[in-house]
Design a protein around this ligand. Structure first.
Ligand code: NAP
Length: 435
């Protein structure tokens, strides 16, 4: 039996498609009508219902029951039902990807077996389905203002998928980003759900969505201005995701999108790194810096990492040839380098402009650079979603060329406490949303 949050779960039943002929066919299909009538009487009589007595999955022109076990569920879409029952949401090619758009709720079934009827049959609305999520409402409060609450599950808009989040990545500076608080028109969008890295399983496809399927393992980066991944479900544009191979754990998958893509795009798109060049990586033991160090080393660069004294061995283990302890060593002793990848900013970034050789580049990811190389480029950029690059990154994780260090992994229930911890983190913070 499937229940969520220990609360009564709802029940389906029926479906609606984008294609009129299909609805028409169902409405006039005596088997379907009979099943629905039986389900309603069963619910009225206070009995449970069996999914197999109610639902059908569409496979081309035929319909079939889709689960052998009695279940009570509160899923909004056929796709979610299929994902939960482990079945693919099969569709005929003639129906495209949008054949099944909505399941109808006729009643609710409690996990102890009692049933209630909803007033009328109709599409389940967002408000009827809730999920756990962490929200922020008060920028001044910082992480102390984060709260675990119940929110409506998101729905898949055009070209979206809904993903059941298994793990979410967290960047400690997220609460300083304007997009956490406002939409693109600079209107307040709180309460907003932070978190923009995810791994999980697709449970629903929006209209027109291509390239992903229900039940697929995915990982990726969500839009800065939309509700994010510290939630049980998230709606995300399909193009922002990539398949997560079966042999890569969800927690590892969630540690890659922001850090991995930032490192990749900085080194190869903006920095145009070539084998034999030298790269100075500030914050080389951090989430971004550790991936920069490994990718640059793999690309044949000479890597100098910087950070705190305690990070020396970690940075060398990631492949740096030298380490600069920013608390005790003199940064300027590094001499000239072809590329500076600055994940610290402030004074460190400013002083680094003078270390860039003629024709070299200073890459700034924390804030626009305060100083520029005399005869080189200064580039500041914000990471963008890129499925192909995620594929390259995850392949390196699979074959051992790339690894991430992950801190303790709290559950969603314990994440707020973990965000408010005072001791130093030892790696990327990942929240296990689905145990
Ligand atoms: N523009 C973009 O697209 C983009 C993308 C990703 C991240 N970012 C930004 O990049 C920064 C780094 O992100 P991250 O996820 O890699 O963070 P992180 O995991 O905390 O890494 C930062 C590393 O730098 C070290 N560090 C910071 N200040 C230092 C100092 N003064 N001296 C020596 N070491 C210092 C940190 O050590 P401690 O942990 O001891 O402080 C940590 O090892 C953040 O500001 C983030 O917002 C920007």
């Amino acid at each position: 039996m499937i229940t969520r949050h220990g609360k009564p779960a709802g029940v389906l039943i029926g479906f609606e498609s984008e294609e009129d002929w299909f609805d028409y066919r169902l409405e006039h299909d005596p088997r379907f009508v009979r099943r629905i009538e039986q389900a309603r009487s069963s619910l009225r009589a206070g009995h449970g219902v069996r999914l197999e007595d109610l639902g059908m999955v569409v496979t081309g022109e035929v319909t079939r029951p889709f689960a052998p076990a009695p279940v009570s569920i509160a899923f909004r879409t056929a796709a979610q039902i299929c994902a939960a029952s482990g079945l693919p949401a099969t569709r005929s090619s003639s129906m495209g990807s949008s054949a099944i758009v909505r399941w109808y709720a006729f009643g609710t079934v409690h996990d102890h077996g009692r049933a209630h009827l909803l007033d009328v049959a109709g599409p389940m609305t967002e408000e009827k389905i809730i999920m756990k999520a962490i929200v922020v409402t008060d920028q001044a409060a910082g992480t102390a203002g984060m709260k675990l609450v119940e929110r409506p599950e998101p729905q898949a808009a055009i070209n979206d998928v809904v993903v059941r989040v298994h793990a979410s990545g967290w960047v400690p500076t997220e609460l300083e980003w304007p997009s956490t608080w406002t939409d693109r028109l600079f209107h307040d969008r709180t309460p907003s759900i932070p978190g923009h890295e995810l791994s999980g399983v697709v449970t629903a496809l929006g209209y027109g969505t291509r390239g992903l399927w229900v039940g697929q393992r995915v990982f990726g980066l969500t839009d800065w201005y939309r509700d994010g991944t510290l939630a049980e479900y998230v709606a995300v544009e399909a193009r922002n995701l990539a398949p997560l191979p079966r042999d890569v754990d969800f927690t590892v998958g969630a540690s890659l999108p922001i850090s991995g893509l930032t490192a990749w795009q900085g080194l190869f798109d903006h920095g145009r790194l070539q084998a034999g060049q030298s790269v100075l990586v500030h914050g080389a033991a951090g989430a971004v810096g550790s991936i920069v160090t490994q990718l640059a080393r793999e690309a044949g660069a000479y890597v100098i990492g910087t950070g705190r004294a305690a990070d020396r061995q970690t940075v060398l283990d990631f492949g740096a040839k030298e380490f600069v302890d920013l608390g005790n060593d003199v940064l300027e002793d590094v001499g000239g380098v072809d590329l500076v990848f600055d994940a610290i900013g402030g004074d460190i970034g400013k002083r680094s402009a003078g270390l860039v050789r003629a024709g070299g580049t200073l890459l700034a990811i924390v804030a626009p650079p305060e100083a520029r190389p005399a005869d080189g480029l200064a580039v500041d950029f914000v990471v963008e979603a890129d499925g192909a690059q995620l594929g390259e990154i995850v392949q390196r994780v699979r074959d051992g060329r790339l690894r991430t260090i992950i801190d303790n992994i709290p559950t969603l229930d314990h994440a707020v406490a973990a965000f408010n911890r005072t001791e130093r983190r030892k790696g990327k913070m990942i929240i296990r949303v689905r145990p």
